[in-house]
Design a protein around this ligand. Structure first.
Ligand code: AMP
Length: 501
């Protein structure tokens, strides 16, 4: 028989007024189980620190000691929120989970900051989620109809409600019951009174890795977090896998029918840190090969190869090596701002671009420049940088994108605007060239990107990766979208990949 255990819980919340929040998120998650006395929260804070490229607007940690949960959720950077020496006292325990996040538009409601916590009849549970559920609205409507009261507008809260409403007896079974109903991309790290549970969506769209630090287990979005905290990499959590860590050790379950993995290509193109190894592939290595492929596909006579720092650096190195054109730091990036894109509104985003990058006249003056970025989304970054590079004296600017044209939005946890804001979805290649004011414009092909992944040619029946932003082929059904649009299909679109003036 289940009995009511109201876990005493201490919440500290720091927030400022904010507008409503959209539901798409970019995030990083980290959890530690079995650390030395009261050390877990500090380890998680360090792990989150290394994951802030995945989101840096807000962060939170939930630790547990003697069945008592301590949660803190803050706006702002991890160092500001959790950098203090008193963390072990504020958030004691040998187990903790944490989350760092970015909201794509509007403000960030504190109540959407994670980990989300709920007091279930079986005890407390804290959930940290990276990804986006594609049947969130559908499930939320159903749950509200059944009497659930939502505290946030975040899709992650749906998971808590599903766990709470499951009729299974044990927490692990209730968790599996819940994730059996969600669709989309997710990497989850949850903390109950006695267990840490990790899970990855059936296609492995979002990443999650397992590591060890001494006797303690670690779950994290990327291996760079393991490196930062001094943990050793054990293995990736596989697609569709649930791992349960408690005093009996680690248990792995594969509760759903097996399917082929389809990790998200954008983790390699942009999202993950270059020193991370994602699903067994070095992100840096993939990006460099993207640049090499780009040089083979769209070579040009030029004097210097210049990256858009930091995201274009490995691809530019690859392009320079393959083409024999010298690599130069023609744009200097200020490190005292967040990532350009990771700002909630278009106005600050544009301002961010100006403040973030400065042209290096000594490199650019009188030169024919190949300018390399990992991707072109709205075109905001490129327009500003091309003008700045020309103003610094470049005689020609040849823009190269190390990934194919982005033609379709993402619904699995990568921040990407709707189609009407995607430059490649709305202009021909020549229109884009003119808009971006470049002498030539070239994009890596989808085949070139698959070659950089060293995974063999793209299988048209079951592609090895999630690549809908380039191809329009979504790896799952999009239930919320189908309901919203009444089944209307996105028109298929193809672009040529190189154009010159
Ligand atoms: P845009 O200025 O809109 O064309 O965006 C392209 C720039 O944003 C490139 O420098 C990319 O490195 C970066 N970028 C691409 N995708 C994302 C994303 N999902 N989140 C944040 N930045 C991104």
């Amino acid at each position: 028989m289940r009995h009511l255990i109201a876990d005493p819980v201490i919440h500290r919340e720091h927030w400022r007024d904010a507008d409503d929040d959209t539901l798409r998120l970019e995030c990083g998650v980290c959890g530690v189980w079995g650390a030395d006395e009261d050390a877990a929260s500090a380890i998680v804070a360090l792990g989150l620190h290394a994951l802030q490229h995945r989101g840096q607007e807000a962060c939170g940690i939930a630790s547990v000691k003697d069945s008592r949960f301590h949660t803190e959720r803050h706006m702002g950077l991890v160092g500001e929120a959790f950098g203090g020496a008193d963390l072990a006292t504020r958030m004691p325990g040998r187990a903790a989970v944490g989350h760092t996040r970015y909201s794509t538009a509007g403000g960030s409601f504190l109540r959407n900051i994670q980990p989300m916590f709920a007091d279930l009849d079986s005890g407390g549970i804290a959930v940290a989620h990276n990804g986006n559920l594609t049947n969130f609205h559908y499930l939320r409507k159903q749950l509200v109809g059944e009497g659930s009261i939502f505290q946030s507008t975040s899709d992650s809260e749906v998971i808590l409600h599903l766990i709470a409403r499951s009729r299974k007896a044990k927490i692990v079974d209730r968790f599996i019951d819940a994730i059996g109903r969600i669709e989309g991309g997710y990497a989850l790290v949850c903390q109950t009174r006695f267990k840490m549970i990790g899970a990855r969506d059936p296609l492995g769209i979002r990443p999650l890795v397992l590591g060890k630090i001494g006797e303690a287990w670690v779950l994290a979005s990327e291996t760079c977090a393991l490196d930062t905290i001094g943990a050793t990499f054990v293995r990736v959590v596989e697609h569709g896998e649930v791992v349960i860590i408690d005093e009996k050790g680690l248990r792995s379950l594969k509760p759903f029918p097996s399917r082929a993995a389809r990790p998200c290509l954008f983790e390699y193109v942009y999202f993950s840190r270059p020193d991370s190894v994602v699903n067994g592939r070095s992100v840096y290595g993939v990006r460099k090969r993207m640049g090499q492929g780009l040089a083979r596909e769209h070579g040009v006579e030029a004097d210097v190869v210049v990256p858009v720092p930091d995201s274009g650096v490995p691809a530019a190195l690859g392009y320079a090596q393959e083409s024999g054109i010298p690599y130069e730091m023609g744009i200097i990036r200020s490190h005292y701002l967040g990532r350009t894109f990771i700002q909630p509104s278009q106005a600050t985003r544009q301002k961010g671009v100006r403040m973030k990058h400065s042209p290096n006249r000594s490199v650019l003056e009188g030169k024919r420049v190949v300018l390399i970025d990992d991707s072109i989304v709205r075109g905001t970054t490129s327009v500003k940088l091309v003008r700045a590079v020309r103003a610094a004296g470049a005689t020609e600017v040849h823009l190269r994108s190390a990934s194919p044209p982005i033609l379709y939005p993402d619904f699995y946890g990568i921040d990407m605007p709707e189609r009407d804001q995607l430059i490649a979805a709305n202009m021909t290649l020549e229109e884009m060239r003119q808009h971006l004011e470049v002498d030539s414009l070239g994009f890596l092909s989808v085949d070139g990107l698959y070659a950089a992944m060293e995974a063999g040619p793209r299988d048209p029946k079951t592609p090895q990766f999630t690549d809908h932003y380039f191809t329009g082929e979504y790896p799952t059904r999009l239930l919320d979208r189908e309901i919203e649009e009444g089944g209307r299909e996105e028109p298929q679109r193809q672009l040529s990949l190189l154009v010159s003036a």
